[in-house]
Design a protein. Structure first.
Length: 136
């Protein structure tokens, strides 16, 4: 196993873990997109350096049965998987926001009750009740 590739893989996975932790702390879709962009750059940088270490001209030439190539493939695929999950999360948040905003009948949260109307109605009912009692 190539020590330079192992060091690169460990360094890359440490940075990958930091970016995942950062994405978990963030709430906004835009901020998570920035993390996704950082992950994409990390994957590209790793791929470029791993290609030169393994002496291969393109990632599709890495063979899973070669231990060095397997490490490079694993790290690269791990980062791509995280990117895909963040993209799906952003898509779902956008979708739910769109559904919430365009749903017939308005937002999902019912409007607050109009206390003034409720009190007026109760007052009229009470007045009607007292009028009925007085007439008996």
């Amino acid at each position: 196993m190539n020590d330079a590739l192992t060091d690169l893989a460990q360094e890359t996975q440490r940075r990958h873990a930091e970016l995942i932790a950062e994405a978990n702390r963030l709430q906004s879709i835009e901020a998570r997109r920035e993390v996704r962009d950082s992950l994409d750059q990390l994957r590209q940088d790793f791929t470029s350096r791993a290609l030169s270490i393994t002496g291969v001209s393109a990632p599709y030439l890495w063979l899973p049965e070669n231990p060095d190539h397997a490490v490079a493939l694993a790290v690269r695929n791990d980062i791509a998987d995280t990117e895909m999950r963040l993209a799906a999360l952003a898509y779902n948040q956008d979708l739910f926001k769109t559904i919430r905003e365009t749903r017939p009948g308005g937002p999902l949260i019912p409007p607050a009750p109009n206390l003034e109307k409720i009190l007026m109605t109760l007052g009229l009912i009470l007045i009607g009740y007292f009028i009925l009692i007085d007439q008996r």
